[in-house]
Design a protein around this ligand. Structure first.
Ligand SMILES: C[S@@+](CC[C@H](N)C(=O)[O-])C[C@H]1O[C@@H](n2cnc3c(N)ncnc32)[C@H](O)[C@@H]1O
Length: 270
């Protein structure tokens, strides 16, 4: 399998039916994370979707947030999750069965909506997977009506904290994540991208995605470790010493692993 980098499996050009279950599992654990829940709740309050509104959830994955947006827009509203991965879209459709949320194939660069026809766009943890995120933000501006609102939420992978671990080793481990993600600094870029596309910023927020120390993402740490060794950034000895230190810390509940997510809520003037 060519996809050894953690950030790349969600990229559209890497869609692989054999990985859908793993991706859905990763999204489910993120849905359950208190940081994701708090950031979604904050952005949801700031956007304040009203009954009857038209909403797009761009890159909706398994559709958990699409369903929440559909609840807010009510039966008179129209809420569509745009998702290019057919396996994730099928899961989203199955989980939303009987409810008002709808799902469609589509791309952030060519949204399935007419100019100025949408009230609200939600786009969460998608831009990090796009090499040209500014084109996607311009496309959101095209479909939103004047006064329409947008919420962008994304991770900034340079904020990865792994403790206790030699900072040099952490740098080597995170270099793999940065190299494997199309737009790894997405979180810090959101506000500038919105301003460049003509939006007015209404609010900004952030939360850390903290890994539970009891079920810490060993597959992720190992993937980072293997990739750092392969890339010549770390010797096997230093990698193994880091694994040992992290495992011991996890045993006594002292392990900390997190990455910070940022959110921006804005509107199209008019
Ligand atoms: C990390 S997941 C986030 C899913 C969902 N927004 C959430 O927060 O649970 C990234 C999503 O972006 C989608 N994606 C990747 N490239 C895309 C593109 N060009 N246009 C739209 N969605 C894309 C992936 O298929 C995946 O569902």
């Amino acid at each position: 399998m060519a996809q050894t980098q953690p950030g790349s499996a969600f990229q559209k050009r890497h869609i692989d039916p054999g990985r859908v279950a793993a991706l859905a599992g990763a999204l489910d654990s993120q849905d359950a994370s208190p940081g994701v829940r708090r950031l979604r709740a904050w952005a949801g309050r700031a956007l304040a979707v009203r009954p009857g509104e038209t909403v797009l959830d761009v890159g909706c994955g398994t559709g958990s947030q699409t369903r929440a947006l559909a609840d807010a827009a009510g039966p008179q509203g129209s809420v569509v999750g745009v998702e290019p991965n057919p396996g994730l879209r099928a899961i989203a459709e199955e989980r939303a069965a009987g409810g008002p949320a709808r799902f469609t194939d589509g791309d952030a660069f060519a949204l399935p909506a007419a100019d100025a026809s949408v009230d609200v766009v939600w786009c969460e943890r998608v831009l990090q997977h796009l090499a040209e995120p500014e084109r996607a933000v311009a496309e959101m501006a095209r479909v939103l009506r004047p006064g329409g609102r947008v919420a962008l939420i994304d991770t900034d992978w340079a904020t990865t904290i792994l403790h206790p671990c030699d900072p040099e080793v952490v740098r080597a481990l995170t270099a793999g994540a940065l190299a494997g993600t199309a737009n790894p600094y997405s979180g810090r870029r959101l506000v500038g991208q919105l301003c460049a596309a003509g939006f007015e910023v209404d609010d900004r927020g952030s939360q850390a995605l903290i890994q539970d120390h009891r079920s810490v993402a060993w597959p992720l740490i190992r993937m980072l470790g293997e990739s750092a060794v392969r890339g010549g950034l770390l010797t096997e000895e230093r990698r193994d010493a880091a694994y040992t230190a992290l495992a011991e810390a996890a045993e006594r509940g002292a392990l900390h692993m997190s990455v910070t997510m940022f959110g921006v809520v804005a509107h199209r003037p008019g």
